[in-house]
Design a protein around this ligand. Sequence first.
Ligand code: XMP
Length: 519
Amino acid sequence: MQFQKFNESILIIDFGSQVTKLIARRIRDLGVHSEVVTPKEVKKIKDYSEVKGIIFSGGPSSVTKSKYQSIPNHIFTKKIPILGICYGLQLIAKLFGGKIKSSKKRREFGRTFIFKKSRSLLTKNFFTSRAAVWMSHEDAVVKLPKGFKSVAFTKDSKLTIIENKTKDIYGVQFHPEVTHTDNGIKIFKNFIFSICKVKKRWSASSQKNRLIQDIKNLVKKDKVICGLSGGVDSSVAALLINRAIKKNLICIMVDTGLMRKNEFKYTYKIFKNKYKLNVHLINASNIFLSKLKNISNPEKKRKIIGNLFIKIFEREAKKFQKVKYLAQGTLYPDIIESKSSTGSKTSKIKSHHNVGGLPKKMNLTLIEPLKEFFKDEVRILGEALGLEKNICYRHPFPGPGLGIRILGSINKEKIKILQDADHIFISELNRNNLYDKIWQAYAALLPIKTVGVMGDSRTYEYTCLLRAVISEDGMTADYFSFPKEFLDKISNKIINNVKGINRVLYDISSKPPSTIELE
Ligand code: XMP
């Protein structure tokens, strides 16, 4: 385990909650390093000298069953403060002799009010007289473990926050990590700064030099190959590696022809001329177009694009001799997900485009310099490396590109229509200072033609759908509320300037139940 380089870290033990990642983010946003491990991995940790606090996450297990997820007892003997959240609280109560009951009567889901019972360091500035918190549980602690006291209660449960001050162990039944809990950040602030007494020292940018040195030490004189898409993750990964090994990093940009207007050429020029990267642009748009001809099934399109991308990348990579490593912009959330303590996989909604199949096939060793970081941190790192703001803060863009934003079959004409409409939309967002307020925005082309009238003539053209969402991590999203004037302007501008579109719709669905992309 790697707690050797941060001086102070908060260890988060993941019992399988959907929102464990958010706990880690909240702590890092407060300027303290945090690391997520599974209960199994805890057994392997030998050195706790850098761990200044431990958080047990929520999870689907139930301590009322004969089998439930637990934790080695040694964790309680380290004299390190512990905070249990939801299942984490129930586990603490169980292990210290309290009583937990599963009861439909006591279950609480969604927004719930909690009331203060006694003072605690954990709830400093958290309450006025009550607080609105987010609950999601059926099991509840019904009898306090020995040595613990009740700090707060709800209408249905007397033991919503508990603490054992002597042992520095705390538990909350609600989820302070979700934004639906008012003041949830105060719970974390109190825990890490007042109880764990950690200093604010962590920032992604402070890791830049260490990362460059790590890459230098690992790669030495060998060569690394990297697929550069121009998205923030691959761009930051490439800049970091370039700082470490210069021309021994070979970047390949595969132009699928399914990118936004002018984007690929622009990004290529920036990386070649401004950042002096050893970058090779492969124009593969014709082959992508021909393989996609008359294909309208979304999953088929995704598979064709993903497989073809791998094939072309592999072919190009073979042209370079003595390459040992393949760089990928894998992020920390992917790592957390891939080692989820419950091992459960959410059902597949869409097959995501990535190049995960490459290292095995090509016999290359993976190098993932961003695997410790969240997306926001990658952007901070990007800024520290001098990456242009419009690349660094670019909205996420899916691997299959416009291939999944042109619904139904794809052809050159439709790509051009969509690129023009999307360009107008995004330019107007920038001009109206809206771009940075939105997590992701794009235009899509629907496979529907409708009748319109322009001048005195009838038109029969495509329908353009605009999507703009706010989100924290893409897992859930809400549509963005534009002022009516902006929608008026954008609809007019697209219809008047893009030949082939005579109707513009704005998507007002949230995720779930919809998804961000349409295919
Ligand atoms: P959905 O449509 O699943 O999208 O709500 C969530 C986020 O994922 C992006 N997305 C992809 N990103 N390869 C990617 O790298 C893909 O195949 C892919 N499909 C969707 C989507 O743009 C949104 O940000």
